[in-house]
Unconditional design. Structure first.
Length: 351
């Protein structure tokens, strides 16, 4: 799922998003409830009309942004009180309010309100957060007012503790959600720890329901998660990196501001069928970035989203053909991780 944080996939028209093969997109409850407010979005139609996207949309619960962005005053079993990063207003968010906001926004898949604690907090705290996450999940089921047309997914938390993850997954499965997410990963625990957690948790979750890994990740992370059984992903990397002239290719990452591309007449990636690669040279795109032309960020975002969708389609095809393990071991995209990005500067935006 391409991410439309503020109700827009930054710089990319919905038609172009659809042309990359994207079927479903994501929007952030936290941002939209603070501005323009969920009632305004509802008055303007609903989120589909607001985003110009008639296809499926998923909204998150607001929890992750509250814990990662906001100046938090208090977390209790009754919810979270925080200061809005826009105007400093004191805002309270709990399970009931998260459901009301997501019911008003009107996405097709909505997420249970959860606590995403700092992974460095001790296991005693992770346990408190898991208990809260399960209590809030049950409250969300009760408060959810549009069960007939919005699917509410539960979120498994528990940090990197195997027992806590299993406990949380078991309790949520008992509550019988139409889909399940794994939260609290890719928050600094490292690739090996993420793979370990997915190896424990994903096989526990019902295979006949969607399994969604939230906020991940690099192509390498996605390939590894698919190996554990994950079906759905969302990530800002394709568009965020695209805006910074950073393009994903199977041969590695390239930064289009580099002077070696000045007279490069080739496309971003030779075998890519995206709009940018069919119509523009690396040299022209490099020029657009230096001249401050909007088209530069737009074209690289389109390429990157298509790169991710092609990877997903190829992963799916390899599973269908029974060649998944060989794909995982031999396709160079399955190795692309954050190391390729370490030299990229200026990527500082809100999650
Ligand atoms: Zn392309």
């Amino acid at each position: 799922m391409p991410v439309g944080t503020q109700g827009s996939i930054k710089g990319v028209l919905p038609d172009q998003v659809a042309a990359t093969g994207s079927q479903i997109i994501l929007a952030n409850t936290y941002h939209l409830m603070l501005r323009p407010g969920e009632k305004t979005v509802a008055e303007l139609g609903d989120l589909h009309r607001f985003m110009g996207w008639p296809g499926p949309i998923l909204t998150d619960s607001g929890g992750y942004q509250v814990f990662s962005l906001a100046d938090i005053n208090q977390i209790t079993d009754q919810g979270v009180t925080f200061k809005s990063h826009i105007d400093g207003a004191i805002v309270h968010l709990d399970a009931k309010r998260s459901m009301q906001v997501q019911n008003d926004l009107g996405a097709d898949i909505i997420m249970a309100f959860d606590e995403c604690p700092d992974p460095n907090k001790p296991v005693e705290y992770q346990k408190i957060a898991v208990e809260r996450t399960m209590r809030w999940a049950a409250e969300c089921q009760v408060a959810h007012a549009r069960k007939e047309d919005q699917s509410l997914f539960g979120i498994v938390q528990g940090g990197t503790d195997r027992g806590l993850r299993a406990y949380c997954a078991e309790q949520l499965i008992e509550m019988d959600f139409p889909g399940y997410a794994v939260g609290g990963l890719a928050v600094g625990e490292g690739f090996a720890a993420m793979k370990a957690v997915l190896g424990w948790v994903t096989p526990m979750l019902p295979s006949d329901k969607p399994r969604y890994l939230m906020g991940v990740g690099f192509p390498r992370d996605i390939a590894a998660a698919v190996a554990s059984g994950i079906d759905m992903f969302d990530c800002v990397l394709p568009t965020r990196n695209g805006r910074n002239a950073y393009a994903f290719t199977a041969a590695g990452a390239i930064r289009l501001r580099n002077s070696k591309f000045t007279r490069d007449s080739g496309p971003i990636e030779a075998d890519c069928d995206c709009y940018a690669c069919r119509n523009f040279s690396r040299g022209a795109i490099r020029h657009f970035f230096f001249a401050g032309e909007m088209l530069g960020p737009v074209l690289v975002s389109v390429h990157n989203v298509r790169f991710y969708q092609r990877l997903m389609a190829d992963l799916r095809r390899s599973i269908g053909e029974g060649s998944f393990l060989s794909f995982l071991q031999n396709d160079p995209r399955c190795l692309l991780g954050p190391s390729a990005q370490s030299s990229v500067e200026g990527i500082e935006e809100t999650p």
